[in-house]
Write a protein that binds this ligand. Structure first.
Ligand SMILES: [Zn+2]
Ligand SMILES: [Zn+2]
Length: 405
């Protein structure tokens, strides 16, 4: 059986196709992948698993090189528009289920490999990885192709040697020199905020050097250093840093911008007091978990709109039973940082936690407030956790009734 590749995938070809169909390699490839899929790594030793993992990745890289060339060829011939798609990337997204961005990147890499033929060849031959090929072709700057082609041997030497950091630096240097005339990058900065089906939000950004330097510096500056017993992964600490940066930015946002610089939560009273599960919505994100809402409304720069049983607002305003500055200073002087056992985060990283939540009648004064860092504030608002404060000592109990270590 032969295979033809068309816009809707792979289909068996009729008997009139000649034997040397260019799609034959796909058939061979499919047989090889079938064999790989049948191979259960559970029965293999560690060394064999390691070899197989690396070797499989190696072939995937080579295939990506081949795919880039095919995608570019399809693009040049307008194969996608023949099937009615507005672009090659849109065609690949529909017909092959690719992410549009990945499809566009493949076409661009394929195009760059037409200019940098040796790079394309080395990619498909497995002499350089996909990461190296993409870094090298990513050096391209509009109007400077001859200069890049002249630099190709040097860049390729770094790529072949597996020196990815060196290659990245060299590519950046090339782009900077090429743009010394002040031309703007071809790819403008972008930031995407997308909601997932699972109710999470995914941030992805694509930044130039200077913008990235600023953002990365800020995230590092606000990231907790790893501490003994802190099992949060780096990604989680960076995410918390980003939220802290945004909270700080909102606190200092210039006035006169109205509610746009205030996070707003709409919550009905019964949900807030835990009597029922009703509306608890963020302005942009939709339904929030009631535990998160109680924590947010405990102490932060959140605006609240609390609604009664009829759905009409009964209470609006700053949810922060915001310790007034004087109270906050007294709280900082007393607690000097997070009061969770064993935590030493300084006051600047801390929220004021209402031991007895204000929605349940708790007061906003020193007898009912303790400082907790954002992480531990989240912890004590988890179901089953209790905090008690006798004016001197704080008693925190986990869900199983035990004290945290
Ligand atoms: Zn709290
Ligand atoms: Zn803490």
């Amino acid at each position: 059986m032969q295979v033809l590749v068309d816009g809707s995938g792979l289909h068996p070809a009729g008997p009139d196709r000649d034997a040397a169909s260019p799609a034959d390699p796909v058939l061979l490839l499919r047989a090889a992948v079938d064999a790989l899929a049948r191979l259960d790594p559970v029965g293999l030793g560690d060394a064999a698993v390691a070899d197989l993992t690396i070797a499989t990745r190696h072939e995937i890289d080579r295939l990506e090189g081949c795919f880039a060339r095919l995608a570019r060829t399809a693009h040049r011939r307008g194969v996608g528009s023949q099937s009615g798609a507005p672009s090659t990337a849109a065609w690949l997204a529909r017909a092959a289920g690719m992410r549009t961005g990945d499809a566009r990147a493949a076409v661009e890499a394929g195009e760059a490999c037409e200019l940098l033929e040796r790079t394309g060849g080395a990619w498909r031959n497995g002499e350089i990885t996909s990461a190296a090929a993409r870094t090298l072709t990513g050096a391209r700057v509009e109007g400077h192709d001859p200069a890049l082609a002249a630099c190709e041997p040097d860049l390729l030497r770094l790529a072949r040697g597996g020196d990815l950091p060196g290659l990245r630096r060299a590519a950046a240097r090339f782009r900077n020199l090429a743009r010394a005339d002040g031309t703007a990058p071809r790819v403008p900065d972008g930031l995407h905020l997308s909601r997932t089906y699972g109710g999470r939000t995914v941030l992805s950004g694509d930044l130039g050097d200077l913008a990235a330097e600023t953002v990365v510096t800020a995230v590092h500056a606000y990231t907790d250093p790893p501490a003994d017993g802190d099992r949060r992964p780096g990604s989680q600490r960076r995410a918390e840093a980003l939220v802290r940066i945004c909270e700080t930015a909102l606190e200092h946002a210039p006035s006169g911008r109205g509610n746009r610089s205030q996070v707003t939560v709409v919550v009905d009273w019964a949900t807030l007091t835990g009597d029922a599960s009703g509306r608890a919505d963020g302005q942009f994100t939709g339904p929030l978990h009631p535990h998160d809402v109680r924590r947010l409304l405990c102490d932060s720069t959140i605006s609240r709109v609390v609604t009664g049983p009829d759905g009409l607002p009964v209470d609006t305003g700053r949810a922060r039973r915001n310790p007034p500055p004087r109270l906050r200073r007294a709280l900082v002087a007393r607690d000097q940082g997070c009061r969770f056992p064993g935590c030493d985060r300084p006051p600047g990283w801390c929220d004021a936690h209402h031991v007895h939540h204000w929605a349940d009648g708790g007061s906003t004064d020193l007898r009912n407030l303790i400082l907790l860092c954002a992480h531990h504030h989240r912890v004590v608002h988890q179901p089953g956790w209790t905090t008690r404060f006798d004016g001197d000592r704080i008693h925190i109990r986990g869900p199983d009734g035990t004290r945290p270590p």
